[in-house]
Ligand binder design. Structure first.
Ligand code: ZN
Length: 188
């Protein structure tokens, strides 16, 4: 992988992190008064949780690489980064500010992120890698999430949808690998 290949991957990471923080900020204003408040995970469990999240992300990237027999460092870097960065939305509670629960663990958020990466970075393969990391994260998390945040804050239980999240994470990783392979074939 040369530098011109890594650049769009790093830009995608920056774009995703910025959007995560922006939507988190918006949610502080759109959350209903007296709504549920997110609490911060106890600090000693954070490293292990992040480790499992990153491991899941790496596994998804490797799976796609194996299936399409094409090494794609971007996938192995991007998917775990996205898996971890999804939790940037806990920042307000870490700073002692009342916030809704998991404001960016939302279908509205991933839809916007997907379209932004496809249009700004112009790399649909990276859009699918982002989607894969996002749903891998939701598959590992437990508790409540607001699928239509920051527009509305009705909460649903993550565990009820775990099979769907795993299926979406796997299929998106494979589509990302497929599009990445087709892209390099067309470019060469
Ligand atoms: Zn989370």
């Amino acid at each position: 992988m040369n530098r011109s290949e890594l650049r769009p991957v790093l830009l995608t990471v920056v774009l995703y992190a910025s959007l995560d923080l922006l939507v988190t900020f918006i949610s502080l204003y759109t959350q209903p008064k007296g709504g549920l408040v997110g609490v911060f995970r106890s600090a000693d469990t954070i490293p292990l949780h992040l480790f499992f999240l990153a491991l899941g992300g790496v596994a998804l990237g490797l799976l796609s690489i194996l299936v399409f027999r094409r090494f794609d460092l971007g996938l192995v870097v991007l998917i775990p980064s996205i898996v971890i960065l999804t939790d940037l939305d806990h920042l307000p509670s870490a700073l002692g500010i009342d916030q809704p629960i998991r404001p960016t663990h939302s279908l509205v958020f991933i839809a916007v992120a997907f379209v932004l990466v496809a249009t700004v970075i112009r790399r649909p393969d990276l859009s699918f890698a982002v989607m894969s990391g996002f749903f891998a994260h939701l598959a590992v998390d437990t508790g409540l999430f607001p699928p239509f945040s920051p527009i509305s804050f009705n909460y649903y239980t993550l565990g009820d949808y775990q099979p769907a999240f795993i299926a979406l994470a796997l299929s998106s990783a494979l589509v990302a690998g497929y599009l990445g392979k087709r892209r390099t074939i067309t470019v060469k």
